[in-house]
Design a protein around this ligand. Structure first.
Ligand code: CP
Length: 334
């Protein structure tokens, strides 16, 4: 096995393809062990702190359940639950928490903050999502793809549609480029990742054989794909006053029956990292409906609720992949 003991997960840039495959294999093994009632606790006596400067359903739950099931304790610090950023620097918080905890999860806007946290804490730090990266989500997405195809990941083609230049698009690009996959980002040019980021990815792709497409043309993005992936059009920290223009720009990339049919693949699956503003049952969904007459935005119910949708497998896999990362980075006895 690879030695990931004491290693932080800030970005998938820091992990080789072999290390990513190893984490996926470990996730699958831990998932099977849990299902069969033979899970071994490898994190007894460990304490983990979860810093959330922004709210969460999946990331928080996956860390808490993974830690509890592995015998570790957690402390949750919510968006208003500490001095961090208000009257205490991230460097000072890192030096304090690093003396008390075995590892630190961080969710906040700034990738620089999580890098500072890792530099000063002296214990592993895991990225629970910043504006630049969401690596734990991508591990769960890759595991989910692996479970829903008989192909090796290097032969899988998938599209990520809509708001493609933000954390999910960037992190999926990284994961796909590392593993030599065929990834297509489909969205308006104004939302593409910046050129520097794309240059880095294209250079990586030359080494791994990954196929990287960034396009405004929906059909080229989805044709022949095994998976269509999307995310909310309004990301955390963004104001709903920006919605009107964005909806007009992104509506052509909505995942609906037509977009799924354009894959030409009757077995294509739909993925979404969630939460999804899928319908009028949410506060934001009602706002969309009242102000713009839309029932659904980045995806509509006819796809979200269809047989093709594997979004809840993806959500469950957040638990197994997070657990693998905790075990691999905190336990010497793998
Ligand atoms: N996908 C994801 O990160 O979900 P949460 O915001 O609920 O953690």
């Amino acid at each position: 096995p690879f030695n990931l003991y004491n290693k932080s997960l800030l970005t998938l840039k820091d992990f080789s393809a072999e290390e990513i495959h190893y984490l996926l294999d470990l996730s699958a093994e831990l998932k099977a062990a849990r299902a069969e009632g033979r899970e071994t606790q490898r994190l007894r006596g460990k304490n983990i702190v979860l810093i959330f400067e922004r709210d969460s359903t999946r990331t928080r739950s996956s860390f808490e359940v993974a830690a509890f099931e592995q015998g570790a304790q957690v402390t949750y610090i919510g968006p208003s639950g500490s001095h961090i950023g208000y009257k205490e620097t991230i460097q000072d918080a890192a030096r304090v928490l690093g003396r008390m905890y075995s590892g630190i999860e961080y969710r906040g806007a700034s990738q620089q903050n999580i890098e500072a946290l890792a530099r000063y804490a002296g214990v592993p730090v895991w990225n629970g999502m910043t504006d630049e990266e969401h690596p734990l989500q991508v591990l769960a997405d890759l595991l989910t793809m692996r479970e829903h195809t008989s192909k090796p990941l290097s032969e899988v083609a998938f599209a990520f549609l809509g708001h493609v230049g933000f954390n999910m698009g960037r992190s999926l690009l990284l994961g796909a480029a590392k593993l030599g996959m065929d990834i297509r980002l489909g969205g308006p040019k104004a939302y593409w990742p910046d050129e520097r980021n794309l240059d880095y990815i294209r250079t990586l792709a030359l080494e791994t054989g990954a196929r990287i497409t960034v396009t405004e043309d929906l059909e080229s993005a989805v044709k022949g794909c095994d998976f269509i992936h999307t995310d909310v059009w309004l990301s955390m920290g963004e104001d709903t006053s920006q919605w009107g223009e964005r909806i007009q720009q992104l509506l052509p990339y909505q995942v609906n029956s037509r977009a799924m049919a354009l894959t030409g693949n009757p077995n294509a699956k739909f993925m979404h990292c969630l939460p999804a503003i899928a319908n009028k049952q949410t506060v934001l969904g009602q706002k969309l409906y009242k102000e713009y007459g839309l029932d659904g935005a980045e995806v509509v119910d006819e796809v979200f609720e269809s047989e093709a949708s594997i979004v809840f497998d993806q959500a469950e896999n957040r638990l197994h992949t997070t657990k693998a990362v905790l075990v691999a980075t905190l336990s010497k006895c793998l």
